[in-house]
Design a protein around this ligand. Structure first.
Ligand code: SAH
Length: 219
């Protein structure tokens, strides 16, 4: 990657300090990953500075790249470690996948909109993220051939967790997702000795997880 302008590095450092650390996220791995990933590269068509504002950004096709704090919060709840493998549903721009890939050994990410999957694949390749695989399909069934995963992260809101996903979670694995058709809440499912422990976190607003299995696929 060519060297990026210094003022963007400064804006990103400020984003991490003011939007993420000040709101209580202390996990070094998450803070370092958010400091490294050049968020402006993921948001074409917007002034580079907008990437470091405290909000979600439109990425076309009616979809959004989440607010930096929400990305940090979701990543922190996944508690990613260097040796781990992650599955993301909802690639969008590829930004969240890149944040996970800064920490984990491998990331597989699935996107249902072909144009988004294609541009994310190109972007991630250009930026040198060789540990990310982008697949284009409905992510409802997960990706069983590469299972189990230590982390499964949904970045679109599902009314319920697709049952196949829980089956692809490793023991001690974490599945983090915004759940709910109306008010949504970040929910974490942790697998321990075969049983699932559920915790509720932040209230959020994500675009819907669209699937023929949920009967909300109008395409
Ligand atoms: N993580 C993204 C933002 C996600 S926006 C980023 O960092 O930019 C949510 C994305 O989920 C959208 O791109 C949408 O097309 C995708 N999506 C919705 N339903 C899906 C499904 N069933 N399978 C895969 N992707 C889905």
């Amino acid at each position: 990657m060519s060297r990026e302008p210094e003022h963007l590095q400064r804006l990103r450092a400020r984003m991490v300090e003011r939007q993420i650390m000040r709101r209580g996220i202390t996990n070094r791995r998450v803070l370092d990953a958010m400091t490294r990933v050049p968020r402006h590269e993921f948001l074409p068509g917007h002034p580079a500075e907008d990437a470091y504002e405290d909000g979600a950004v439109a990425i076309g096709h009616g979809q959004t790249c989440s607010q930096p704090y929400v990305v940090a919060y979701m990543t922190n709840w996944c508690d990613p470690r260097p040796s781990e493998r992650a599955l993301e549903l909802g690639t969008g721009s590829g930004y969240q996948a890149a944040v996970l890939a800064e920490i984990c050994a491998e990331v597989i990410t699935i996107e249902r909109v072909a144009a988004l999957a294609e541009s994310a694949r190109k972007r991630l390749g250009r930026l040198g993220y060789h540990n990310i695989t982008v697949l284009c399909r409905d992510g409802y069934e997960g990706y069983p051939v590469a299972a189990p995963y230590d982390i499964i992260l949904l970045t679109a809101a599902a009314p319920d967790i697709p049952p196949p996903l829980l089956g692809q979670l490793n023991d001690s694995g974490r599945l983090v997702a915004p759940v709910g058709p109306g008010p949504q809440r970040v929910t974490r499912y942790t697998k321990q000795y075969g049983s699932i422990h559920r915790e509720n976190g932040l209230d959020v607003r994500f675009v819907p997880f669209v699937s023929e299995h949920f009967d909300n696929d109008v395409s």
